[in-house]
Design a protein around this ligand. Structure first.
Ligand SMILES: [Zn+2]
Length: 390
């Protein structure tokens, strides 16, 4: 079935009063307690009786829990269900990693610094006969009515689009945020007749088969340099000292700024690609992780996977196509004659075919191969076309 909606997230800064903030911290504390208790229960049930307890089993115990520990009454009931779902998800991805033969750490207990959000989801409103997400903006667009927390001041720097499905309250670097995920109708763009291959690198953010070199923005580079200096300062200062704590705070603040700038850059770059091309082919990062694993790559991969996620969401909503291509040999194959040889790759940046003598920038050659692999109809060579997001 053709799905004509897509998911969009909106993040807004919250300005809670002192009592509201206290209630939010208390919700964080209780939901984290619940998560850890649920994990504990699963582990011990398994150890004692070899029994598997599911999130569903555990949710059924909530009523009894509230009677035994009335403090949980202070938290909206659906918010209390979410930790179980989060734990289910953690378990699922743990077993998936085990199954794929990857290194997998068993689900761990969450310390306070690793638990920074709680979530509201849609509920069925019997009286109104429809689904409602708690925590809608107020009519004047200045506040959000968060159940059990209060009417919290919020800065809607851009309007909320679509139908909210979930609302997450997030505590990040001492600031509070409301994150809505909304269902938005798709907005198909007129076809341009153009296809493009995108290669990601460490020197450039991306290179397109059209010969465009997309650079990381200057402010991002400056920010990263500053971050390294700040991190060295932290390392130099004495553990437990106030000066160190101050430096740690600065690092966190800068981290947040960089995250925001990178996100913005990813959105803009993806928007441009989606506007200009009907089909966008890029390497499949999951596969390339297995093919070429080195530390520098896996670190930058984090950024790229965010970019590719944004790209496929935008493409989906615009009815464009994103194709993930097996990156195997894309950097060793000559785009001109198809000859594959390790020797053709002269250096990180130069490519010279040992067969036909074709010379090119190595990344550009790779981007052109990616485009070609993406254009190949699937079925002809299934192993090369990994996954199609239509
Ligand atoms: Zn060649």
């Amino acid at each position: 079935m053709e799905n004509n909606t897509t998911i969009k997230t909106h993040k807004y800064r919250l300005y809670p009063t002192k009592p509201q903030e206290a209630a939010m911290f208390e919700t964080l504390r209780l939901t984290r307690q619940l998560y850890n208790a649920a994990l504990e229960q699963r582990i011990s049930a398994y150890k004692k009786q070899g029994k598997t307890v599911t999130g569903y089993d555990q949710q059924k115990e909530l009523t009894a829990l509230k009677e035994a520990c009335p403090e949980f009454e202070a938290v909206y009931s659906h918010v209390l269900q979410e930790p179980f779902e989060r734990l289910d998800k953690t378990y699922r991805s743990f077993f998936a990693r085990v199954k794929r033969g990857e290194k997998a750490g068993f689900p761990r207990f969450k310390p306070a610094q690793r638990w920074n959000s709680f979530k509201f989801k849609e509920v069925w409103d019997k009286k109104k006969g429809r689904w409602l997400t708690p925590g809608r903006p107020t009519d004047d667009g200045k506040r959000i009515n968060i159940p059990k927390i209060g009417s919290v001041k919020c800065k809607f720097h851009r309007p909320l689009e679509g139908t909210p499905k979930t609302l997450q309250i997030l505590h990040e670097c001492g600031e509070w945020y409301a994150v809505y995920t909304c269902e938005v109708p798709k907005n198909p763009l007129t076809p341009t007749g153009s296809s493009v291959g995108v290669d990601v690198g460490t020197t450039w953010f991306a290179i397109t088969s059209d010969g465009e070199f997309v650079e990381n923005p200057r402010h991002l580079k400056t920010g990263l340099r500053k971050l390294r200096v700040q991190q060295r300062t932290v390392a130099r200062r004495k553990k437990g000292s106030n000066r160190r704590k101050k430096a740690v705070k600065l690092v966190a603040k800068n981290h947040q700024k960089i995250r925001r700038q990178r996100l913005d850059f990813h959105h803009k770059t993806a928007r441009r690609l989606v506007n200009e091309h009907d089909v966008i082919a890029h390497e499949d990062l999951k596969v390339s992780n297995m093919v070429k694993s080195n530390l520098a790559r896996s670190i930058s991969d984090v950024g790229w996977s965010q970019f590719f996620d944004i790209l496929s969401l935008k493409a989906e909503s615009a009815a464009r196509k994103v194709i993930r291509v097996n990156p195997m040999y894309t950097s060793q194959t000559c785009h001109q004659c198809g000859h594959r040889s390790k020797e053709s790759r002269l250096s990180q940046s130069r490519f010279k075919c040992v067969n036909c003598g074709h010379e090119d920038n190595a990344d550009l050659n790779a981007a052109r191969n990616i485009l070609q692999a993406g254009a190949r109809p699937s079925g002809v060579n299934d192993s090369e076309v990994m996954h199609v997001v239509a």
